[in-house]
Design a binder for this molecule. Sequence first.
Ligand code: NAI
Length: 472
Amino acid sequence: MTTTTTYDAVVIGGGPGGYVCGIRLGQLKQTVLVIDKEEVGGVCLNWGCVPSKALISASHSYEKFAKHGPTMGLFADNVRVDTAKMQDWKDGIVKKLTGGVKALLKGNGAELVIGEAKVTGPKSVELKLADGSTKTIQATKAIVIATGATTIEIPGFKFDGKQIIGAREAVSLRAVPKRLVVIGGGVIGLELGGVYQRLGAQLTIVEATATLLPGVEAECTAVVQKRFIKDGAKIMLNAKAVGYDKNKDGSVTVKLDVGGGKTETVETDMVLVAVGMRPNGANLGLEQVGLTVDRGFVPTDTFCRTKVPSIYAIGDVSGMPMLAHKASKEGEVVAEIIAGHKAAKDWVAIPGAIFTEPEIATVGLTEAQAKEKGIDVTIGRFPFAALGRAMAVNETDGLFKVVADKKTHEVLGVHIVGPSATDLISEGALALEMHAFLEDIGLTIHPHPTLGEGLMEASLNALGQAIHVMNR
Ligand code: NAI
């Protein structure tokens, strides 16, 4: 039976874009229905950002105890890993967070339903529930597409959920493979490859291009690459995975195209394919209402609006970068617009946080990107090794790098590789949003002894005034 229900707004997708949009719409006294075909929270809460960070933190603690404890005079005998218990702990965090999101939606008056949605008109959606029944939902003001992205499968590597897996399976392994090949030296490959390396797997990273994390500041990726190798990983660059054979002993032989007509092979027990995500814009009925879906992306303007004025798109499905915090911000912007307020995508820069060992965090232009734009830049650097606090936490690999306009001293980019880089970057993001100058960061008193002093010193270094390092 089909029944019709009417809301001010219907949000399709309950990830960090959709649920934030729903909460904000509720706060703004709009009636809203958030629809998700799985659990609320999307990739981020259920098998992406949060679960992976839990495993990263647990494996990091293990490594600190097992490997680095003795350097600091700490001896904990028989430190061992119970992967299944670690997974249960991680699942508990996910449950707590998705439960929290449900409570926040409800508390703000937003409704949530699990079901599959299809757009049937500029202001109408067909909702199919698990029992097979359908409902027509009318949106008096807007429909928001927040359907996210899905892991890409590449030819020759069909996921079998056991030996050939994607990120979704990789955050739920209940045993550590002896050998792991990661295809793709991008964010997911390095974050999850790092987890299982720290937990004892022999890791090989296969990357098709000439560098890990293409597009990220090269001085940062160099530090991470060095650490992976120091910890025993094999990194194969300019190597494209093209297929695999299953062997009689249960192992897998991965075939690589290494250029020049040459091939190489790597034997392993498990393959994690992490070669990117495809946006989920197809099969939503958008073409029928006059929208063009571009390789899965739903094109939008600075107001997150599509060519159909009542339909908006936010998050991964609306364009790069595919980051949860970008999706959430767009969710807030759209909610404000639907409620009749003035809002737009007017930010200066979106920070990026990569949870490798050590962490990388960036905001704004890299030195190369600034130069490509024809900007005359000045650079400031400061190594973690020169920070008392970094020595005290026994994590001295890495550096702060500040990119600024040589003439005006306006800060254009901040790039950090080192301990807590992902927390430290927020100061850089604030600096860019406020169009800060090197002097603004350099003359601000930063507490001692903290890791944050590094950004102050790097800014001063660009001015030739850093205290704890020789200036150029
Ligand atoms: P990615 O785009 O970051 O990296 C994929 C890598 O795979 C590229 O370096 C590419 O050159 C390589 N590649 C492609 N085909 C290959 C082949 N046949 N053989 C070898 N290498 C190959 O994609 P990833 O890591 O899957 O992440 C997906 C999305 O998730 C990203 O857009 C990222 O923004 C987001 N994400 C962000 C995180 C963060 O910010 N901390 C964490 C996890 C995901």
